[in-house]
Ligand binder design. Structure first.
Ligand SMILES: [Zn+2]
Length: 348
């Protein structure tokens, strides 16, 4: 079969590889129909995360069940499924409490040995899915792949940014970073009754998309975004601020400044380093900073329902569609910000 393999920073190759086989009774083999390039994949692409050379990349995908192990009870061959990018065993203490992203056997497709066993990823004609009964969600047949594929990762990440922050009906939500996660969190905030979504970025093209979704756009390259958000909220600041950029202490501090007293900063950007944050100020103003990783296992069915009934349409942020052979080019476009969201169409 054909698959996209990692050989080093900026070195992806589409090659012929052996087809995956079931390793345990709880595995399934899925034939992807659509996958998407996620911001986290860029960390692999750039070499910030290192894989074993030859590893298959990609983790956001959906497809059709091709084969199931004897222990798989909920699915059979031919089922149309979304596969959670995060893998959980479904039975440990954390999983029993619906905290799948902290599972004792947590793993992720196509991200190398971050969590032990290195699992081959989604940019391949077939993918082995561990703990299939837990990790997969059945989806309606009548909704196109483009609307559903992000339920695998990006949409639950945006959703959890809002829900875990305890957003209430009528809140003003500011989103820092208009990449796919920021935009999807804004769409969720709208769907759940935010009175205003303020979108902040420095890339004009992304701000245009934000405006087309009904958000109020602020170009932080031109004006002071903290001041502007305060002006829009009688000097208070936003009720919830989503930090969807990551890897920057400065942006995290700005998010803390932007939220009102007793407000919540919801961090979904990717962070690996240690930073200093103003704890004294946080205490005095009783602000909260929370961190979330999207849980597609817990929320996949609900989000697929919201998409199926037209409440949220993630396909609005897709800018590029590529075939498997063109995935390395898709990464280039995404990396230099020509693309906002690239999907991989296996049938097109
Ligand atoms: Zn678990």
């Amino acid at each position: 079969m054909r698959a996209v393999r990692w050989y080093g920073p900026h070195d992806l190759r589409v090659e012929e590889v052996a087809e995956p086989t079931l390793k345990t009774d709880e595995d399934a083999i899925v034939r992807p129909t659509m996958a998407a390039i996620c911001g986290t994949d860029l960390n692999v692409y750039k070499g910030i995360l290192t894989l074993v050379p030859g590893s298959v990349v990609g983790h956001e995908f959906m497809g059709v069940v091709e084969e199931v192990g004897r222990g798989v009870k909920r699915f059979s061959v031919g089922d149309r499924v979304i596969v959670s990018s995060w893998i959980a065993d479904g039975r440990c203490w954390y999983c029993r409490k619906q905290m799948h992203t902290q599972c004792e056997n947590v793993n992720i497709f196509g991200m190398g040995p971050v969590y032990g066993e290195s699992l081959d990823g989604a940019f391949a004609e077939l993918v082995r899915v561990p703990y299939a009964d837990t990790v997969m969600t059945r989806v309606p047949e009548n909704v196109p792949d483009e609307k559903l594929v992000m339920v695998s990762d990006a949409l639950p990440t945006g959703h959890d940014a809002i829900v875990n922050a305890g957003m209430e009906y009528g809140d003003v939500v500011a989103v820092i970073g208009c990449g796919p996660i920021g935009l999807l969190s804004g769409m969720c905030a709208q769907a759940f009754g935010a009175s205003q979504v303020i979108a902040i970025d420095i890339v004009r093209q992304r701000l245009k998309v934000a405006e087309s979704l009904g958000f109020t756009a602020i170009n932080a390259a031109e004006i002071d975004a903290v001041e502007e958000v305060r002006n829009m909220t009688d000097g208070r600041g936003a009720d919830v601020v989503v930090e969807a950029v990551g890897k920057s202490a400065e942006i995290l501090r700005r998010a803390i400044e932007m939220v009102r007293k007793k407000g919540v900063v919801s961090v979904v950007g990717f962070h690996l380093e240690e930073y200093t944050v103003p704890v004294g100020g946080l205490w005095l103003t009783e602000k909260t900073v929370i961190f979330s990783i999207g849980d597609a296992i817990k929320n996949g069915e609900k989000l697929a329902g919201l998409v199926a009934r037209g409440r949220i349409d993630p396909s609005k942020i897709i800018t590029h569609r590529v075939r498997l052979e063109m995935v390395p080019h898709g990464f280039e476009l995404f990396d230099n910000r020509q693309a906002l969201k690239v999907v991989v169409d296996f049938r097109g």
